[in-house]
Design a protein around this ligand. Structure first.
Ligand code: SF4
Ligand code: SF4
Length: 179
C-alpha cells in the first residue's frame, strides 16, 4: 500500500483538525446543518441520475477491465482541505493509505470513498462514455451535477465564514481577557 502525496496529506490533516475543532458545532448550526442536508439530498439525486443513465455500470466495468479508469492519482491530490472537511461532515472517512498504486488516493474496491466529489470527478465523460450515453443524457446528468456543485460551494462559503468568526472570537478572547 502507498501513502498520499505530501500536499494531499497536509490538506487531509488540516481537514481532520477542522473537523475535530468545528465538526459538532457545524453539524448543530442551523444554517450549515440545513446546507449539509441539502447537499446530501443532491448527492443522492446525482447518484440516482448516474445509476439510471448507465454511468455507474459503465465506469464499474471500466475499472475492472484493466484498461484503467480515469481516477488518476493527480485527481485525488487536487482536493483541498475545505472539500475534505465537507466530506468528513457528510460522514466520509479519509483513508490513510492508498489502495491502488498510481490511482487516486480515494478510490477503493467499491468505487470512490468520498461523498462530495469535485467538479472533474462528476463532469468528466470519456469519449466511449459520451458515445454510449448520448448528448441528452449527458446534459441532464450535468444539470443535476451542477445543482450539487452549487450547493457544495454554498456550504463551503458558510463554513469558511463560521471558521473565520470562531477564529476571530478566539483571538479577542473571553470578556475577562479583553481588558
Ligand atoms: S469516464 Fe470513461 S474512463 Fe472514466 S471510469 Fe468511466 S468509462 Fe472509464
Ligand atoms: S471519483 Fe473519487 S476516486 Fe475517482 S478521481 Fe474523483 S475522488 Fe478520486
Amino acid at each position: 500500500m502507498n501513502s498520499p502525496g505530501s500536499l494531499l496529506k497536509i490538506q487531509m490533516d488540516k481537514a481532520l483538525r477542522l473537523n475535530e475543532r468545528f465538526g459538532p458545532a457545524c453539524l448543530n448550526d442551523p444554517e450549515s446543518g440545513r446546507l449539509l442536508r441539502k447537499l446530501r439530498d443532491l448527492i443522492r439525486r446525482t447518484g440516482a441520475a448516474m445509476l439510471q443513465s448507465g454511468v455507474v455500470s459503465a465506469c464499474a466495468k471500466c475499472a475492472v477491465s484493466g484498461k484503467g479508469s480515469c481516477c488518476f492519482r493527480e485527481m485525488g491530490e487536487s482536493y483541498g482541505f475545505m472539500e475534505l472537511f465537507v466530506n468528513l461532515l457528510l460522514g466520509s472517512l479519509l483513508p490513510e493509505k492508498t489502495d491502488s498504486q498510481g490511482s487516486c488516493h480515494f478510490v477503493g474496491d467499491n468505487g470512490c470513498k468520498l461523498q462530495a466529489r469535485q467538479s472533474f470527478c462528476l463532469n468528466y465523460f470519456c469519449p466511449d462514455l459520451k458515445n454510449s450515453l448520448g448528448e441528452q443524457t449527458i446534459l441532464a446528468t450535468r444539470q443535476q451535477v451542477g445543482e450539487q456543485l452549487l450547493a457544495g460551494w454554498e456550504l463551503e462559503r458558510v463554513l469558511a465564514r463560521y471558521i473565520a468568526d470562531a477564529d476571530r472570537q478566539e483571538q479577542i478572547g473571553p470578556p475577562s481577557c479583553r481588558r
